[in-house]
Design a protein around this ligand. Structure first.
Ligand SMILES: Cc1cc2nc3c(=O)[nH]c(=O)nc-3n(C[C@H](O)[C@H](O)[C@H](O)COP(=O)(O)OP(=O)(O)OC[C@H]3O[C@@H](n4cnc5c(N)ncnc54)[C@H](O)[C@@H]3O)c2cc1C
Length: 466
């Protein structure tokens, strides 16, 4: 069985790794770029600053994945961090999640937030039909208007009423009225909510070091670099490259964006469904390399959220806090990395973006003149976030099985288009599970049952696969 994998990001590498581990010899990877990693690649700029495509933090739901990370970079190759994330609004830092720390808001807004919470406890709203209704039902009108609605538009670049709420799960902190009241009365903060309150990061080379090493350990002859797939003939089982070459397969694992796969396979019947159901936003990443000392207010912070419109970014990471090796010389450099979302309904002026980000950083007091900008770096990921739109699941349930009937398995962040299982651990495991299915007929849990995938840490080895 000749298995071809398109794309050498975490998903493609998950398939390749497992096929090799299970001793299946006939596999190969075709990748458009000349490097592995996909969206989890890191780049070092001319001034020696290292950047990820947005702040990638490492946490996982799978012991298999955890062990692999240690195998690839060795346990000494990791730095371990306590997450410290904050919201900057109303000219102040408020610990994330905001809803547990509303006591830090100005009194008028605090009152509105508490009234909103009481309202939803008194009159529980009906089952929400979209993400906007979910926000209002979960947080009340006060918190929704102060933070959740403006912030979510900035992140997703789509109005929340165009999104479903099925993906939310563990990803958005729920509101616990008892905690809100406790923190208010005792003047306490909640600092480290959620599944990624501890995370680790490669000591050297940024996140991309993981995937470089993963690819390096696999047989070099099985990778075709700088080979872009343009057309797929589902009947003849042939891939056509941009260079005019044809590659035959028996089974295909595709990790390219599903919309591109539909186009390459010429499936016009899915065009409208994909346009309506497969929404996405682009991610613009702007790195600012600095000379000077990291200000005391940012020394222990990992990342910060920005819901207000005095800055173009929704999130900024103090990337030099993740590893001292992310900057040329930690005794005299530090770095910030900003993320700006983009969609047809939220365009971005690429010409002025870097300047707009720098001005935004000044507006929110991240840059106070004490440090000198010595480097700027910019990256645009055309496919950044797979938006969980209202018609997504309907589209996926028609399109993915159609491809599978032709022995094409579309997996990964944009291959399966499921935001809730699109981090590195999920993506790698989607690729791995596809390989397991092809060779040993095992069910694929991550892509088919995201809630189960996210419900716990899955033990090694594969206890859930009977
Ligand atoms: C802003 C941002 C922040 C993120 N933060 C985190 C985080 O904190 N933690 C985390 O775990 N994950 C994070 N992620 C997600 C992480 O990057 C993804 O999980 C992962 O990269 C997805 O892997 P993939 O292999 O499915 O897709 P990709 O990484 O997109 O890889 C697909 C590969 O296919 C190749 N390709 C595309 N088209 C073709 C073609 N026609 N022919 C040949 N090759 C092709 C591409 O070049 C690419 O290498 C973040 C992503 C973004 C954008």
């Amino acid at each position: 069985m000749k298995i071809v994998i398109i794309g050498c990001g975490p998903t493609g590498l998950g398939s390749a790794w497992r096929l090799e581990e299970l001793g299946h010899d006939d596999w190969s990877v075709v990748e458009a770029h000349d490097y592995p990693g996909g969206l989890a690649t890191s780049f070092t700029d001319d001034q020696g600053f290292t950047w990820d495509i947005g702040g990638h933090v490492q946490f996982s739901h799978y012991e298999y994945f955890d062990r692999l990370m240690d195998v690839l970079l060795s346990p000494e190759g990791w730095l371990h961090h306590q997450r410290e994330s904050w919201v900057w609004m109303r000219e102040r830092f408020i610990p994330y999640p905001l809803q547990n720390n509303v006591r830090r808001l100005p009194p008028g807004e605090l009152e509105q937030c508490l009234k909103g919470l009481l309202q939803i406890y008194k009159n529980p709203p009906p089952r929400p039909a979209n993400f906007r209704e979910w926000i209002l039902a979960a947080f009340g009108a006060g918190i929704a208007e102060a933070f959740m609605l403006p912030y979510n538009f900035k992140v997703w670049a789509f109005p929340p009423e165009k999104m479903n709420a099925a993906w939310v799960g563990e990803r958005v902190a729920p509101t616990d009225i008892n905690r809100v009241l406790h923190n208010l009365v005792h003047q306490e903060d909640d600092l480290s909510w959620g599944p990624n309150n501890l995370f680790h990061f490669p000591l050297r080379g940024g996140t991309g070091a993981i995937w470089k090493e993963c690819a390096r350990r696999l047989p070099a002859g099985k990778f075709r670099w700088e080979t872009r797939i343009q057309k797929i003939d589902l009947e003849k089982r042939l891939l056509h490259t941009k260079q005019g070459e044809a590659i035959a397969y028996d089974k295909l694992i595709s990790t390219i964006p599903l919309k591109e796969l539909i186009r390459a396979a010429g499936l016009a019947q899915f065009h409208d469904m994909a346009e309506k159901g497969l929404l996405y936003s682009s991610s613009n990443i702007i790195g600012i390399g600095l000379e000077g000392k990291v200000p005391d207010s940012l020394k222990t912070k990992c990342w910060m959220y920005f819901p207000e419109d005095n800055s173009p970014f929704y999130r900024v990471t103090v990337f030099s806090n993740y590893s001292p090796n992310n900057v040329p010389d930690i005794s005299m450099n530090w770095s910030l990395m900003a993320e700006v979302s983009e969609s047809p309904g939220k365009p971005v002026n690429q010409e002025t973006l870097v300047e707009d980000v720098i001005q935004g950083l000044r507006n929110v007091r991240m840059l106070d003149g004490g440090s000198r900008i010595v480097s700027t770096w910019k990256y645009r990921a055309a496919y950044g976030y797979p938006t969980p739109g209202l018609h997504r699941d309907e589209a996926l349930s028609a399109i993915l099985p159609h491809f599978e009937r032709h022995d094409v398995y579309s997996r990964g962040r944009f291959g399966a288009w499921k935001y809730e299982v699109s981090n590195q651990d999920h993506s790698f495991m989607q690729g791995l599970e596809a390989a397991e299915r092809l060779l040993r007929g095992k069910p694929e849990i991550t892509v088919n049952d995201p809630n189960h995938a996210n419900s716990k840490k899955h033990p090694f080895p594969f206890e859930r696969w009977k």
